[in-house]
Design a protein around this ligand. Structure first.
Ligand SMILES: [Zn+2]
Length: 127
């Protein structure tokens, strides 16, 4: 048997503190994934170019059916980088993405053609 004074000390350590000060500390650690999510958000970039609006995925369009399966046909920019379909079709991408997010006149024309062809292709049945 342990003397009562020692038991009191052991119990004090086992029982979580209930005063408001410690409660606040606990709340601060309530969302462990929050900081990670915030970092991802800061990494996002948007395509706000109005001349790209017609490329944007429409509500009734399926990204993988219309575009993703044609990604091999996706044009490259004049400096040899793959055009980022996600950025121009979905309007968002991340800074860490290595694909091209800026297009010159020629690149724009090529991508425009690609998008139009994908849309025509998506309307045909799969065989
Ligand atoms: Zn991208």
């Amino acid at each position: 048997m342990l003397p009562k004074t020692i038991w009191d000390k052991v119990l004090a350590q086992l029982t979580p503190p209930k005063d408001d000060k410690d409660k606040g500390k606990f709340n601060g650690k309530k969302f462990p994934g929050r900081f990670q999510g915030k970092e991802d958000e800061q990494d996002l970039i948007d395509d706000n170019d109005k001349s790209h609006q017609h490329w944007k995925l429409k509500e009734n369009e399926n990204f993988s059916r219309a575009f993703y399966r044609n990604q091999k046909e996706c044009p490259k920019t004049v400096d040899g980088r793959l055009v980022c379909m996600k950025f121009f079709l979905r309007g968002v991408c991340t800074k860490s993405c290595s694909r091209a997010h800026t297009l010159n006149k020629e690149d724009t024309k090529a991508f425009d053609k690609f998008v139009a062809e994908c849309r025509v292709g998506a309307g045909k049945p799969d065989f």
